[in-house]
Write a protein that binds this ligand. Structure first.
Ligand SMILES: NC(=O)c1ccc[n+]([C@@H]2O[C@H](COP(=O)([O-])OP(=O)(O)OC[C@H]3O[C@@H](n4cnc5c(N)ncnc54)[C@H](OP(=O)(O)O)[C@@H]3O)[C@@H](O)[C@H]2O)c1
Length: 209
Protein backbone atom coordinates (compact mmCIF):
# COMPACT_ATOMS: atom_id res chain seq x y z
CA UNK A 1 0.00 0.00 0.00
CA UNK A 2 1.00 3.62 -0.38
CA UNK A 3 0.78 5.28 3.02
CA UNK A 4 0.89 8.97 3.91
CA UNK A 5 2.63 10.35 7.00
CA UNK A 6 2.16 13.73 8.65
CA UNK A 7 4.79 13.90 11.38
CA UNK A 8 7.94 11.84 10.84
CA UNK A 9 9.68 12.24 14.19
CA UNK A 10 10.31 9.39 16.63
CA UNK A 11 6.92 7.70 16.18
CA UNK A 12 6.32 8.56 12.53
CA UNK A 13 9.77 7.42 11.44
CA UNK A 14 9.69 4.15 13.40
CA UNK A 15 6.32 3.20 11.87
CA UNK A 16 7.10 4.43 8.35
CA UNK A 17 10.48 2.70 8.32
CA UNK A 18 9.01 -0.58 9.61
CA UNK A 19 6.16 -0.49 7.09
CA UNK A 20 8.51 0.37 4.23
CA UNK A 21 10.65 -2.63 5.21
CA UNK A 22 7.49 -4.75 4.86
CA UNK A 23 6.94 -3.58 1.30
CA UNK A 24 4.73 -0.51 1.67
CA UNK A 25 5.48 2.81 -0.05
CA UNK A 26 5.76 5.85 2.15
CA UNK A 27 4.97 9.46 1.27
CA UNK A 28 5.75 12.14 3.83
CA UNK A 29 3.34 15.08 3.61
CA UNK A 30 5.20 18.21 4.62
CA UNK A 31 4.66 21.93 4.04
CA UNK A 32 7.73 23.12 5.98
CA UNK A 33 10.91 23.09 3.88
CA UNK A 34 13.02 23.63 7.01
CA UNK A 35 11.67 20.53 8.82
CA UNK A 36 14.52 18.74 10.61
CA UNK A 37 12.63 15.49 11.03
CA UNK A 38 11.81 15.29 7.33
CA UNK A 39 15.47 15.86 6.43
CA UNK A 40 16.59 13.22 8.92
CA UNK A 41 13.95 10.71 7.74
CA UNK A 42 15.01 11.10 4.10
CA UNK A 43 18.67 10.67 5.07
CA UNK A 44 17.83 7.48 6.98
CA UNK A 45 15.53 5.92 4.39
CA UNK A 46 16.14 6.91 0.80
CA UNK A 47 12.99 5.21 -0.47
CA UNK A 48 10.66 7.67 1.28
CA UNK A 49 9.09 10.27 -0.98
CA UNK A 50 8.10 13.71 0.23
CA UNK A 51 5.65 16.26 -1.13
CA UNK A 52 3.19 18.87 0.13
CA UNK A 53 0.43 17.57 2.37
CA UNK A 54 -2.12 18.51 -0.31
CA UNK A 55 -0.30 16.53 -3.03
CA UNK A 56 0.26 13.58 -0.71
CA UNK A 57 -3.49 13.36 -0.03
CA UNK A 58 -4.17 12.86 -3.74
CA UNK A 59 -1.98 9.72 -3.74
CA UNK A 60 -3.08 7.88 -0.59
CA UNK A 61 -6.23 6.88 1.20
CA UNK A 62 -4.62 6.27 4.56
CA UNK A 63 -2.66 8.85 6.53
CA UNK A 64 -0.72 8.36 9.76
CA UNK A 65 -0.86 11.42 12.00
CA UNK A 66 2.16 11.54 14.32
CA UNK A 67 2.59 15.18 15.36
CA UNK A 68 2.23 16.78 18.78
CA UNK A 69 -1.47 16.85 19.65
CA UNK A 70 -1.29 20.64 19.95
CA UNK A 71 -0.72 20.85 16.16
CA UNK A 72 -3.55 18.53 15.19
CA UNK A 73 -6.60 20.81 15.08
CA UNK A 74 -4.86 23.18 12.73
CA UNK A 75 -3.66 20.36 10.48
CA UNK A 76 -6.88 18.37 10.20
CA UNK A 77 -9.22 21.32 9.85
CA UNK A 78 -7.14 22.88 7.05
CA UNK A 79 -6.74 19.84 4.83
CA UNK A 80 -9.42 17.85 3.03
CA UNK A 81 -9.46 14.43 4.64
CA UNK A 82 -12.91 13.40 3.41
CA UNK A 83 -13.22 9.57 3.36
CA UNK A 84 -9.55 9.19 4.29
CA UNK A 85 -8.51 6.66 6.94
CA UNK A 86 -6.63 8.65 9.57
CA UNK A 87 -4.47 6.57 11.88
CA UNK A 88 -4.29 8.68 15.01
CA UNK A 89 -0.93 8.04 16.68
CA UNK A 90 -1.12 11.21 18.79
CA UNK A 91 -1.70 11.56 22.48
CA UNK A 92 -3.00 14.67 24.22
CA UNK A 93 -0.65 15.03 27.18
CA UNK A 94 -1.17 17.76 29.79
CA UNK A 95 0.86 19.07 32.74
CA UNK A 96 2.64 16.41 34.85
CA UNK A 97 1.78 13.69 32.33
CA UNK A 98 -1.96 14.14 32.81
CA UNK A 99 -4.61 13.69 30.14
CA UNK A 100 -4.41 16.78 27.96
CA UNK A 101 -8.19 17.08 27.61
CA UNK A 102 -8.79 16.48 31.33
CA UNK A 103 -10.15 12.99 30.56
CA UNK A 104 -13.41 14.52 29.34
CA UNK A 105 -13.01 13.29 25.76
CA UNK A 106 -10.27 11.48 23.86
CA UNK A 107 -7.99 13.24 21.43
CA UNK A 108 -9.26 10.88 18.72
CA UNK A 109 -12.86 11.96 19.26
CA UNK A 110 -11.76 15.60 19.07
CA UNK A 111 -10.11 14.81 15.72
CA UNK A 112 -13.36 13.20 14.58
CA UNK A 113 -15.18 16.43 15.54
CA UNK A 114 -12.64 18.60 13.70
CA UNK A 115 -12.71 16.37 10.59
CA UNK A 116 -16.14 14.71 10.49
CA UNK A 117 -15.65 13.06 7.08
CA UNK A 118 -12.57 11.10 8.10
CA UNK A 119 -12.40 7.52 9.41
CA UNK A 120 -10.32 7.94 12.57
CA UNK A 121 -8.61 4.82 13.91
CA UNK A 122 -6.64 5.16 17.13
CA UNK A 123 -3.57 2.89 17.04
CA UNK A 124 0.13 2.87 17.83
CA UNK A 125 -0.17 4.96 20.95
CA UNK A 126 -0.06 2.66 23.94
CA UNK A 127 3.73 2.18 23.97
CA UNK A 128 6.79 4.32 23.40
CA UNK A 129 8.33 4.50 19.94
CA UNK A 130 11.14 2.14 21.02
CA UNK A 131 8.67 -0.73 20.70
CA UNK A 132 7.59 0.36 17.21
CA UNK A 133 11.25 0.38 16.15
CA UNK A 134 11.61 -3.20 17.36
CA UNK A 135 8.50 -5.19 18.37
CA UNK A 136 10.37 -8.48 18.92
CA UNK A 137 10.42 -10.00 22.46
CA UNK A 138 12.33 -13.25 22.00
CA UNK A 139 11.60 -14.75 25.41
CA UNK A 140 7.86 -14.99 24.70
CA UNK A 141 5.89 -17.23 22.31
CA UNK A 142 3.25 -14.58 21.51
CA UNK A 143 3.32 -11.23 19.77
CA UNK A 144 2.71 -7.99 21.66
CA UNK A 145 -0.83 -6.70 21.32
CA UNK A 146 -1.73 -3.43 19.63
CA UNK A 147 -5.12 -2.18 20.77
CA UNK A 148 -7.09 -0.16 18.22
CA UNK A 149 -10.35 1.79 18.38
CA UNK A 150 -12.51 3.40 15.69
CA UNK A 151 -16.07 3.69 14.42
CA UNK A 152 -15.61 2.22 10.94
CA UNK A 153 -15.06 -1.58 10.91
CA UNK A 154 -13.58 -1.65 7.39
CA UNK A 155 -11.02 1.04 8.24
CA UNK A 156 -10.02 -0.87 11.38
CA UNK A 157 -9.51 -4.03 9.31
CA UNK A 158 -7.16 -2.18 6.98
CA UNK A 159 -5.18 -0.70 9.88
CA UNK A 160 -5.12 -4.12 11.57
CA UNK A 161 -3.37 -5.57 8.51
CA UNK A 162 -0.58 -3.00 8.93
CA UNK A 163 -0.41 -3.64 12.68
CA UNK A 164 0.18 -7.32 11.90
CA UNK A 165 2.74 -6.49 9.20
CA UNK A 166 4.72 -4.72 11.90
CA UNK A 167 4.70 -7.78 14.14
CA UNK A 168 1.91 -7.01 16.59
CA UNK A 169 -1.30 -8.86 17.33
CA UNK A 170 -4.13 -6.50 16.34
CA UNK A 171 -7.04 -6.23 18.77
CA UNK A 172 -10.08 -4.13 17.94
CA UNK A 173 -11.31 -2.80 21.30
CA UNK A 174 -14.43 -1.15 19.90
CA UNK A 175 -15.68 2.27 18.79
CA UNK A 176 -13.80 5.53 19.07
CA UNK A 177 -15.14 6.28 22.55
CA UNK A 178 -12.71 3.57 23.73
CA UNK A 179 -9.82 5.80 22.64
CA UNK A 180 -9.99 7.68 25.95
CA UNK A 181 -9.10 4.45 27.76
CA UNK A 182 -6.25 3.78 25.33
CA UNK A 183 -4.95 7.28 26.05
CA UNK A 184 -4.99 6.47 29.75
CA UNK A 185 -3.07 3.24 29.06
CA UNK A 186 -0.53 5.43 27.32
CA UNK A 187 -0.22 7.65 30.37
CA UNK A 188 0.35 4.54 32.50
CA UNK A 189 3.21 3.43 30.22
CA UNK A 190 4.64 6.95 29.92
CA UNK A 191 4.66 7.56 33.68
CA UNK A 192 6.32 4.19 34.32
CA UNK A 193 9.04 4.82 31.75
CA UNK A 194 9.57 8.52 31.16
CA UNK A 195 8.87 9.59 34.76
CA UNK A 196 9.77 6.63 36.98
CA UNK A 197 12.67 5.09 35.08
CA UNK A 198 11.25 1.72 33.99
CA UNK A 199 13.06 0.55 30.85
CA UNK A 200 11.08 1.29 27.67
CA UNK A 201 11.26 -2.12 26.00
CA UNK A 202 8.11 -3.61 27.43
CA UNK A 203 4.63 -4.08 26.02
CA UNK A 204 1.30 -5.66 26.90
CA UNK A 205 0.16 -9.07 25.66
CA UNK A 206 -3.40 -10.35 25.25
CA UNK A 207 -4.05 -13.78 26.79
CA UNK A 208 -7.48 -15.21 26.00
CA UNK A 209 -9.26 -18.50 26.60
N1 LIG B 1 7.45 9.39 21.64
C1 LIG B 1 6.72 8.30 21.90
O1 LIG B 1 7.24 7.30 22.43
C2 LIG B 1 5.25 8.26 21.53
C3 LIG B 1 4.59 7.02 21.52
C4 LIG B 1 3.26 6.96 21.10
C5 LIG B 1 2.62 8.14 20.69
N2 LIG B 1 3.29 9.33 20.74
C6 LIG B 1 2.59 10.53 20.24
O2 LIG B 1 2.98 10.66 18.87
C7 LIG B 1 3.06 12.03 18.51
C8 LIG B 1 4.46 12.32 17.95
O3 LIG B 1 5.41 12.07 18.96
P1 LIG B 1 6.97 11.94 18.61
O4 LIG B 1 7.62 11.48 19.87
O5 LIG B 1 7.16 11.21 17.34
O6 LIG B 1 7.34 13.50 18.40
P2 LIG B 1 8.60 14.11 17.63
O7 LIG B 1 9.70 13.13 17.58
O8 LIG B 1 8.83 15.45 18.27
O9 LIG B 1 8.04 14.35 16.13
C9 LIG B 1 6.98 15.25 15.89
C10 LIG B 1 6.75 15.33 14.39
O10 LIG B 1 5.65 16.22 14.18
C11 LIG B 1 6.06 17.25 13.27
N3 LIG B 1 5.33 18.48 13.58
C12 LIG B 1 5.41 19.24 14.69
N4 LIG B 1 4.56 20.28 14.60
C13 LIG B 1 3.95 20.17 13.39
C14 LIG B 1 2.98 20.96 12.71
N5 LIG B 1 2.46 22.07 13.26
N6 LIG B 1 2.58 20.58 11.46
C15 LIG B 1 3.10 19.45 10.89
N7 LIG B 1 4.03 18.66 11.50
C16 LIG B 1 4.44 19.03 12.73
C17 LIG B 1 7.56 17.40 13.52
O11 LIG B 1 8.16 18.02 12.42
P3 LIG B 1 9.45 19.02 12.61
O12 LIG B 1 10.66 18.17 12.71
O13 LIG B 1 9.40 19.83 11.37
O14 LIG B 1 9.19 19.82 13.86
C18 LIG B 1 7.93 15.91 13.63
O15 LIG B 1 7.99 15.32 12.35
C19 LIG B 1 2.71 12.83 19.76
O16 LIG B 1 1.34 13.17 19.70
C20 LIG B 1 2.98 11.84 20.89
O17 LIG B 1 2.19 12.10 22.04
C21 LIG B 1 4.60 9.42 21.14
Amino acid sequence: MTLGFIGIGKVGFALANGLQNKGHSIIIGNDDPSSKSVKSALESNESFRTMSIGDMLTEVNMVFLATPFSAVEDIVSKIGLENMILVDCTNPVGPNISHGLESKISGSEKIQEWAPGVHVVKAFTIYGFENFQNPVYPKYPMEPVMLMAGNDPESKKRVAALVMDLGFEAKDVGPLDQALHLEHMTLLWVKMVRRDGHHPNFVWALLER
